[in-house]
Design a protein around this ligand. Structure first.
Ligand code: CA
Ligand code: CA
Length: 200
């Protein structure tokens, strides 16, 4: 009888140990599945980050976006430079003076300029250099990208090549957003607008 009891005890201990092993195995499988799910989730989030980073490749802080990034030199410092020095400032940031070769861009730039404070002094001192000149052939206006001007947004009576010295173009804050350009001597000092391509 004693032997029988001992045998049954041994069997039930063995069963208990078997059940415990089964529980451990199930638990292990469960953890394995959780781990796989987390690895999957991580991969999904990682690819989401890549997508977000791509779509966030906008403009640097302080630049305005419209197909390219545009930078308006500071109204705070009031710094003004010649056309060439302005261009150099743009180039320091991987940009160049702005090419305003569509009505959409012209309206965009005018809208931003109209949102800025008016500077004191004569109107012609408050312009912004753009990437347009008629240096090679008088009266033939060319953008910095080499294309010839087709649609100009000149003010009334401009460009007038005053005293035969005005070969660089600037845009001004004017009521009519499509009549804001003036030709001025390239060594005049004005503010400037830079344009930089979006990163590919
Ligand atoms: Ca000229
Ligand atoms: Ca002029």
């Amino acid at each position: 009888m004693k032997v029988q009891t001992n045998f049954q005890e041994a069997v039930s201990i063995k069963d208990a140990m078997q059940r415990e092993r089964d529980r451990d195995r199930l638990e292990k499988e469960h953890l394995q599945r959780q781990k796989e799910a987390l690895v999957n989730e991580e991969a999904k989030l990682q690819s989401r980050i890549t997508v977000l980073e791509k779509s966030c490749e906008r403009c640097p802080v302080g630049w305005e976006l419209l197909h390219s990034c545009y930078f308006f030199s500071s109204t705070e410092t009031g710094q003004k430079l010649s056309w060439h020095r302005s261009r150099e400032e743009c180039k320091k940031t991987g940009a160049d003076l702005a090419v305003i070769d569509s009505q959409e861009k012209q309206e965009f730039i005018s809208r931003i300029l109209n949102g800025k404070r008016t500077s004191p002094g004569y109107w012609f001192t408050a312009g912004y250099w753009i990437g347009l000149r008629d240096v090679k052939t008088e009266g033939v206006w060319k953008w910095l990208n080499g294309t010839e001007l087709t649609e100009g947004f000149w003010m009334e009576g401009e460009p007038n090549d005053d005293i035969s010295k005005e070969d660089c173009a600037a845009t001004f804050r004017k009521e009519n957003p499509l009549m804001t350009w003036n030709d001025a001597p390239c060594d005049h000092t004005l503010k400037w607008i830079c344009e930089r391509k979006l990163q590919p």
